[in-house]
Design a protein around this ligand. Structure first.
Ligand code: MN
Length: 333
């Protein structure tokens, strides 16, 4: 399933028309990122401009460095939201489970709309607008706004720009096409501000995050002749630096960016086990299948795992052994 960007414009117009007279909640995914927050805020503002009663709800809070983008819209956490007869529209959620089961339950498990760009999105809502070739959910919404006349004031343009900047790795991934740059240029004409976004989002790290980064980098180890690079975090690291799980965002990029490394591993010891992130650059290595061997799943180049009952001291060698065996098996193909 999935539609072309050309088809998404009229489909978004239809979505807004279909929501006329319906109280709406725009839902994002757990541990929201810039594209999630940006697309929630932007769609909410488009609906408000069309006279629709719309709010945003996420299981988790808005990351502190993105709070400024949500000014002017009602943004609730899942705990704060009391069901009041709203229909739900999910944005940037590859599948319905990404919303979080407790929040989804507050809508009777039903989703009215689904606006997204993930290749694996199965089309879980009544009305699905999934453009699998899009760089970001905000890319889809920006197309609807700028090419098909959906409302786009300065605050909406800022929110759309936020999602495109974050999901394209600041315009550095293959997804940053000329078309994406052209839409971004128009968003800037409408009020988006790249320098402000860079400052707010990327230059507001806490001292604790830098201390956490130091601790993480001190654990870096290479395996399998430098093809695998791992690093670790523990509860003690978070406690000592006054940080939370939110602050591990981006740390796996350090091992991933090293020349020669094919699989980057971030292992995090929690109270109930060891969670991990896997990142790669060669699709043949099938990190989704590797994650499956570690009680996890995900995408070909980015996956995660969760080994309940494990500790780093007891299971580190075994986990890294499974990673190394998988690497040798798939690299030889
Ligand atoms: Mn996205």
């Amino acid at each position: 399933m999935g539609i072309s960007m050309q088809a998404a414009g009229p489909a978004l117009q239809g979505l807004v028309q279909g929501l006329q007279g319906r109280k709406t909640a725009i839902l994002g995914h757990m541990r929201p990122d810039g594209d999630c927050i940006g697309s929630q805020v932007a769609l909410c503002r488009m609906l408000l401009a069309a006279g629709i009663d719309a709010i945003c709800v996420n299981r988790d809070r808005i990351p502190p460095n993105m709070v400024a983008y949500a000014q002017g819209v009602t943004f609730l956490t899942g705990d704060q939201y009391v069901p009041d007869g709203r229909v739900a529209v999910a944005v940037d959620c590859a599948d319905a489970s990404r919303i979080g089961p407790d929040l989804l339950d507050k809508f009777g498990g039903k989703l009215w709309g689904n606006v997204d760009h993930h290749a694996s999105n199965p089309g879980y809502a009544e009305h699905n607008i999934v453009v699998k070739t899009a760089a970001a959910t905000c890319h889809v919404l920006a197309y609807g706004a700028l090419r098909h006349g959906l409302a786009c004031d300065a605050a909406t343009a800022k929110a759309l720009h936020l999602g495109i900047v974050t999901d394209t790795g600041r315009f550095s991934y293959a997804s940053a096409t000329a078309e994406v740059f052209a839409l971004a240029a128009e968003l800037i004409e409408r009020g988006a501000n790249p320098a402000e976004t860079n400052f707010l989002v990327f230059e507001h790290e806490s001292r604790g995050k830098l201390e956490l980064t130091k601790r993480f980098l001190n654990t870096i180890q290479f395996h399998a002749d430098g093809k695998i690079c791992s690093g670790e975090l523990t509860q003690a690291d978070y406690a000592a630096t006054g940080t939370t799980k939110e602050d591990k965002e981006g740390l796996v990029e350090f091992p991933r960016s090293v020349e020669g490394v094919e699989i980057a591993v971030l292992m995090e010891e929690g109270r109930d086990g060891v969670r991990g992130s896997l990142r790669g650059r060669d699709p043949r290595l099938r990190l989704d299948l590797l994650a499956g061997k570690l009680n996890g799943g995900g995408h070909v180049l980015a996956a995660g795992f969760n080994m309940l009952g494990c500790t780093l001291a007891k299971d580190r060698t075994r986990i890294l052994g499974i990673v190394a065996d998988h690497y040798r098996e798939h690299a030889a193909r």
